[in-house]
Design a protein around this ligand. Structure first.
Ligand code: SAH
Length: 559
């Protein structure tokens, strides 16, 4: 079966490949050399989440930014601003940064402040030395990736015992099918003898381990590979190298293609012989020939700015030191007028919107690093060949304010104990597409398509069936639960919708011009394939639904 599948693959033309992955590629995957264990992370807490402190909307902190007291403070602040000519930069509030004085004031106000962590001290010092509030993007960047105190840089935050769980941790099938996508794309590229596989924000490395183990049957593909992992967290990079993940061999697996229970470095045995290097940023990864880039739940961690239309024009949401009578150390304020980002970044993004969106928009979230990344990926694939796959929760349009904080699988306030909760925003795919188009790179943007459509199109049902045949009852249950989590939500009104990531997560591709990788190509060509049509239809129908009915509040955390 393996041989015939491989033969089928080799003989595929680019035209035919669009019809093959769900069949031949996935079939070959079922026959792949064994891995070692099963996936199956437990669901995150299912209790109704607290409302996130959504930017510019309903949080107490945000309200404080526009309260009469704030307005008074703002006006006082403005007078001060004019005198020292920092009008575009900040909205200074009358407050002290002296910890002793603040403690006395808090005690006098009878308030129990939350504990002041190192990160909080650092953030307050930044505000003090800069002489005014931080942008939300600066705050987010410090909270997530500050090398000493950042959320990602200090510990392993993934999985059931962590704050959120991601698709590769939920089921091995996710990484395996992304691997199938890579093999199919490599074939469409003409099977180049050397392929650079770059993963952005790999976290524990689970996706890559499953991908490499799952595609080991495609020997020509495996032998063409070299892998670069772009991970900002020294802690996570250390976890990989400490365990010898890069040098371990697939021969150490246990004779099953089910991986062990997920945990740190689950699936590490799948790295068999493929050279792997780690990098701090994409700029460190020199493009040499065709490459495939994978960014799973990476863009949602990139810092965002939030803007709000006011009678003073477009203002920016900033993070300042809170008043002594607040239980928190930080609070949101609005800039007194347009900040540099409101003058330069916002107009660019506003110009990208449709006329009716421009007319209606009252608040807007913009992710400049995400836009810059899309442009860089488009330049790379247009100059050197290849494609980038982005999978994340998001939509094909702008958000007013999507940033949220998640701790232990529950939403918490954005400014509550910074560094102890994940901060993530939803991806505005239309911003990525517009930026790629403006760049003039010879690249196409495909999608976004629902994750359900993507995975069903790649043959997840067949993969599930094959794994089930060899699974223990416990493993079978975990596999089915993982399947439901990954593709559920694609049937409007069905019970699955509550637990699934099939629709809220979307797949997007930036490819060298004309490549149209499967199943994105199917969407372009309007093709429907046997075995795929059901998923594609459900996905397309649901994509439509998702565009029409945006939930008023974010659904429970899936990460
Ligand atoms: N892809 C993984 C992890 C997603 S969480 C998964 O799906 O399980 C986001 C990851 O991106 C973390 O590993 C975090 O450390 C990394 N990250 C965040 N900002 C980054 C940046 N600017 N550069 C590189 N990595 C970053």
């Amino acid at each position: 079966m393996l041989l015939s599948s491989l033969r089928a693959l080799r003989s595929c033309t680019q035209q035919r490949l669009q019809k093959v992955p769900a069949g031949a590629l996935t079939a070959a995957l079922h026959s792949s050399p064994s891995g070692d264990g099963t996936g199956g992370g437990a669901s995150p807490g299912s209790e109704a989440p607290q409302q996130p402190a959504a930017a510019g909307t309903t949080s107490a902190a945000a309200d404080a930014a526009t309260s009469p007291a704030d307005e008074r403070q703002r006006q006082e602040g403005q007078a001060h601003v004019i005198s020292i000519d920092r009008s575009a930069l900040f909205n200074p509030q009358p407050h002290s940064h002296d910890p002793a004085l603040l403690a006395v004031q808090a005690a006098a106000a009878g308030v129990d402040k939350e504990p002041e962590t190192e990160l909080l001290r650092h953030l307050k010092a930044l505000i003090q030395f800069r002489g005014g509030p931080l942008t939300l993007a600066e705050f987010m960047s410090e909270v997530l990736t500050n090398l000493q105190h950042g959320y990602y840089t200090q510990r392993d935050v993934f999985g059931t015992a962590g704050d959120f769980i991601t698709s590769p941790e939920i089921s091995q099938m996710f990484g395996e099918l992304v691997g199938i996508w890579c093999v199919a794309t490599w074939q469409q590229l003409g099977c180049p003898p050397s392929l650079h596989l770059v993963e952005l924000g790999p976290g524990r490395g689970t996706l890559m381990a499953d991908l490499l183990r799952g595609t080991a049957a495609f020997q020509d593909f495996s032998q063409a590979l070299r892998v670069s992992m772009v991970e900002v967290s020294p802690h996570l990079r250390g976890m990989h190298s400490d365990s010898g993940i890069a040098s371990s061999s697939s021969s150490s697996n246990n004779g099953s293609d089910l991986r062990p229970d997920p945990g740190p470095l689950a699936g590490a045995s799948g790295w068999g012989g493929v050279p792997v290097s780690w990098h701090h940023s994409l700029e460190e990864v020199q493009p040499q020939g065709p490459a495939i880039y994978i960014a799973h739940e990476f863009l949602d961690a990139l810092p965002v700015h939030q803007f709000q239309k006011t009678e003073r024009g477009w203002c920016e949401r900033l993070v300042d030191v809170a008043a002594p009578d607040s239980p928190l150390h930080l609070r949101f304020v609005l800039s007194p007028g347009p900040t540099p980002a409101a003058r330069v970044l916002l107009p660019r993004r506003l110009r990208q919107l449709l006329a009716e969106q421009q007319a209606a928009v009252e608040a807007l979230e913009v992710c400049p690093q995400g836009m810059a990344l899309a442009e860089a990926l488009a330049q790379r694939v247009s100059q050197h060949g290849g494609a980038a796959l982005i999978v994340d929760y998001g939509q094909d349009g702008p958000y007013e304010a999507s940033l949220q904080a998640i701790r232990r699988h529950e939403f918490v306030g954005l400014l509550e104990q910074p560094g102890s909760a994940d901060l993530s925003n939803r991806v505005d795919y239309s911003a990525l597409r517009s930026t790629v188009e403006e760049s003039g790179a010879a690249a196409d943007c495909l999608g976004p398509i629902p994750q359900a459509h993507f995975l069903l199109g790649l043959g997840i049902e067949a993969r599930l069936e094959a794994l089930m045949q060899r699974a223990t009852p416990e493993q079978a249950e975990a596999l089915q639960a993982g399947f439901r989590r990954l593709v559920g939500g694609s049937e409007p009104g069905a019970a699955l919708a509550a637990e699934g990531m099939g629709t809220s997560y979307q797949a997007f591709c930036i490819a060298q011009r004309g490549l149209a990788p499967w199943p994105f190509g199917a969407q372009l060509a309007g093709e429907e394939e046997e075995g795929v049509a059901a998923g594609a239809e459900a996905g397309a129908a649901h994509q439509q639904g998702a565009a029409e009915e945006q939930p008023e509040h974010p659904p429970p955390p899936q990460r």
